[in-house]
Design a protein around this ligand. Structure first.
Ligand SMILES: [Zn+2]
Length: 363
C-alpha cells in the first residue's frame, strides 16, 4: 500500500546499460519491493529493465547496502569486473591488460597476479548464464590481494611464497555479451536485437542462454573433436550448444586461443556451473599427474572428480590435446542456471580453497 508508506519523495531514474532491479536497489539503498511497488509494470525482482527506461525510486532508505564476503545480492556483470580492476590499479602484485574484444566490443580483460616462473591459467564466465563464476574469480582475487597486503596466512598458506613461484593469469569474463543478455534481456536498441530474437524464437526470457551474442557456444568451438561435437549439436545459431561453422570463429575464443599459445601454462582451470564436479580427462590424452592433481582439488572442495564428460570441443579438451598438460573444468554449483543468488555461498565455500590449491598442485 503506497499510501501507508513513509515516502517523502520520488525520484526518476533512467536505466543504464547493465542495470538490473537488484543493482538499482543496491545502489539506491532501497529494497527491491520499493522499486516494484512504484513501478507496477515490473512483475518481480527478476524482470528485465532496459537502457533508457524510466523508473520511479522512492526516497525510502534501508541503510547502506553491503555485500559480505561469500555473499551475492545482485548480478555481477562486465561493469563489476571493470570496477574491481579500477580498485586494484597500482597493486604491486597485479597487472590488468586486454587480450581482445567481444563481438559487441567489450574488452576481454586478463589479470596477471604474481611474479613466479610457473604460469597457471584460470578462466570463467564462458557461458552467459554462469556469470557467478566471474564473480567468484574476481571476489577471490580481491580477498587474495587483501591477505597478501596484510601478510596474513591465507587458509594456512603464505601467499608471498606462492606468488614468488607462480604467476596466475585470469580471464574472469570470457563472454561479457552473453552475460549482459542474460541479465538485461533484449531490447529494440540492442545492436543484435533481431538476431537475438530470431535465435531465441521471440521468447522474452534468456535464463537458458549460454552462448555468445551470435548464438555460438564458446565451449564448443575448440579444435578437439570439434566435428563430432558439432554434428551432434544444433546446426544453426542457438541459445546453447551450437559449435559454429568451424572451430575458432568467435573473437572471444580466439583471444583465449592466442593467449594460451603465447604462454606456457603448466595447467588450466576453466570454471563453469553445471554440477559440483571436476572434469579432468580427455580421450586418454591427459597426463598421469592429472589424477593426483584432481584428487587434491577435490580434497579442498566437496567436488567429485569425473574423468570425462561425454563431449568434445571444449577448452579443457583442446588444452589437454594440444599441450599434453593437465586441464580441468570446475563445475561449481548445482541446479538450473542462472543459479539463485543464495547458491553463491556454496560456490564461495567450496572454491576459495580449491582456487588456492590450484596454484600449489604443480609446485
Ligand atoms: Zn558452462
Amino acid at each position: 500500500m503506497i499510501q501507508e508508506r513513509k515516502v517523502i519523495g520520488l525520484k526518476q531514474y533512467v536505466v543504464k546499460l547493465e542495470d538490473t532491479i537488484h543493482k538499482v536497489s543496491f545502489s539506491h539503498n532501497v529494497s527491491v519491493k520499493d522499486i516494484l511497488d512504484f513501478n507496477p509494470h515490473l512483475q518481480d525482482g527478476r524482470a528485465y529493465i532496459y537502457p533508457g527506461e524510466q523508473l520511479l525510486i522512492p526516497n525510502s532508505y534501508h541503510g547502506k547496502f553491503k555485500e559480505k564476503q561469500g555473499e551475492c545480492v545482485k548480478e555481477f556483470s562486465f561493469g563489476d569486473v571493470k570496477a574491481y580492476i579500477d580498485k586494484w590499479r597500482g597493486h604491486r602484485l597485479l597487472d590488468a591488460s586486454v587480450i581482445g574484444k567481444s563481438v559487441l566490443g567489450y574488452p576481454l580483460y586478463l589479470l596477471k597476479i604474481g611474479n613466479g616462473p610457473k604460469e597457471v591459467f584460470y578462466s570463467g564466465g564462458w557461458h552467459a548464464n554462469e556469470w557467478m563464476t566471474s564473480k567468484f574469480l574476481c571476489d577471490w582475487i580481491d580477498v587474495v590481494l587483501d591477505n597478501y597486503d596484510k601478510n596474513e596466512l591465507f587458509y594456512g598458506d603464505n601467499l608471498k611464497s606462492i606468488f614468488d613461484k607462480v604467476t596466475l593469469y585470469v580471464v574472469p569474463m570470457v563472454n561479457p555479451d552473453g552475460i549482459s543478455l542474460v541479465q538485461q534481456g533484449n531490447y529494440p536498441n540492442h545492436p543484435y536485437y533481431h538476431t537475438i530474437n530470431r535465435i531465441n524464437k521471440g521468447a522474452p526470457s534468456f535464463d537458458h542462454w549460454s552462448a555468445n551474442i551470435r548464438g555460438v557456444d564458446l565451449n564448443h568451438q575448440w579444435p578437439a573433436g570439434w566435428k563430432q561435437e558439432a554434428d551432434e549439436s544444433p546446426q544453426k545459431p542457438w541459445p546453447r550448444h551450437y559449435s559454429g561453422t568451424s572451430p575458432l570463429t568467435e573473437p572471444e575464443v580466439l583471444a583465449i586461443y592466442h593467449l594460451t599459445l603465447k604462454h606456457h601454462f603448466s595447467h588450466v582451470l576453466a570454471f563453469h556451473s553445471q554440477g559440483q564436479v571436476i572434469y579432468w580427462g580427455y580421450r586418454n590424452m591427459e597426463p598421469k599427474i592429472s589424477k593426483e592433481m584432481v584428487d587434491r582439488l577435490s580434497l579442498r572442495s566437496s567436488y567429485v572428480p569425473v574423468r570425462t564428460a561425454d563431449s568434445d570441443g571444449g577448452y579443457k579438451d583442446w588444452f589437454i590435446q594440444e599441450t599434453g598438460r593437465p586441464g580441468f573444468t570446475i563445475e561449481v554449483g548445482v541446479g538450473t542456471n542462472p543459479l539463485p543468488f543464495r547458491a553463491y555461498g556454496e560456490i564461495w565455500a567450496n572454491n576459495v580453497e580449491l582456487a588456492l590449491e590450484g596454484l600449489k598442485i604443480s609446485i
